[in-house]
Design a protein around this ligand. Structure first.
Ligand code: GUN
Length: 297
């Protein structure tokens, strides 16, 4: 039977702000006790426009939450050996709690070797295999920003996940795959029955249409249409693609992986783009940095 459900927006901006404010109070308490405050070191190689924007947003958020941050900028032509030595220094630096090396790196540098060089105790991006392995085993670990942010959003809105069918579209190491593991974990949010869909999935439309929760993380604008979404589903849109739009001053519009206008009326909860998952990634990074400080002291 068809019914009209009341749709609620999952407001990442609001939840992210709430988390930052709570962290700010935690930092103020540390300061009052004369204790060390969290310190994030961000490494940016070259002048990639998107990376510049992301790193600037991370540094700004640190300031808003009362964290210390250091931005280390290196030339596009920097050698891998030099970058490894910068990381070794940050690993040794007792004042630094969290290290992030913004990706992508220039072609001549191996992402893998760089990630492996970061001390797992300071790997607030959760990219090191030690942290990925712990996450898979359900041990305390650093969970990468996007899946962690989505879990925080589900938790904030007290979304029921146990026993639900979840479809995750996209199997990237940073979003889809960890998301599928977290949603199937024996914890809250979790306990879902998860189908991880990808470019070789035959009946993707049917799988999505039978799912209570859809996480779209494939990077194809407006891929998820209304006929792929069950009435009352929870839809999480991770996509954020720049598409040309002459009506905008910037010349582009940001599009999610979900056709929001037609999908939203069918949902119980849905994330907007922008203002959904994006701001949550920053909140998750700050939470990880605070946790790194706590674990080390
Ligand atoms: N590039 C795109 N997303 C991320 C992220 O979450 N962390 C890092 N270090 N680089 C990225």
């Amino acid at each position: 039977m068809n019914y009209l459900c009341t749709m609620q927006i999952l407001d990442g901006q609001l939840v992210s702000r709430t988390i930052k404010e709570s962290l700010k109070l935690d930092v103020a308490a540390l300061v009052a006790d004369g204790k060390k405050i969290p310190h994030l070191a961000a490494v940016l190689v070259g002048n990639n426009g998107a990376s510049e924007t992301y790193v600037a947003a991370k540094v700004k958020a640190c300031g808003e939450a009362g964290f210390k941050s250091t931005l280390l900028r290196l030339e596009e032509s920097v050698s891998e050996a030099r970058l490894l030595s910068v990381i070794a220094d940050l690993n040794k630096d007792l004042d630094v709690d969290g290290i992030l090396v913004q990706l992508p790196l220039p072609k001549h540098i191996s992402d893998e070797r760089i990630i492996l060089a970061i001390d797992p105790a300071k790997d607030v991006d959760g990219f090191h295999p030690v942290n990925v392995g712990k996450m898979v085993l359900g041990s305390p670990s650093f969970i990468s920003a996007t899946p962690h942010g989505i879990m925080l959003l589900l938790e904030y809105y007290k979304i029921q996940t146990a026993g639900k069918q979840a479809a995750v579209i996209g199997r990237s190491n940073v979003v889809g795959r960890p998301m599928s593991i977290l949603l199937s974990a024996n914890s809250y949010p979790g306990n879902c029955t998860v189908t991880l869909c990808h470019s070789h999935t035959h009946n993707l439309k049917e799988i999505c249409a039978a799912s209570d929760i859809i996480v779209a993380a494939l990077g194809k604008p407006e891929f998820v249409r209304a006929d792929m979404v069950k009435e009352g589903a929870v839809v999480i849109d991770v996509g954020i693609t720049r598409v040309p739009d002459s009506s905008k001053k910037s010349g582009f519009a940001l599009k999610g992986d979900v056709a929001f206008a037609e999908v939203a009326p069918r949902c119980s909860f849905i994330t907007p783009v922008p203002g959904g998952v994006g701001p949550m990634t920053i909140a998750a990074l700050l939470k990880n940095t605070f946790t790194a400080l706590k674990r080390r002291h």
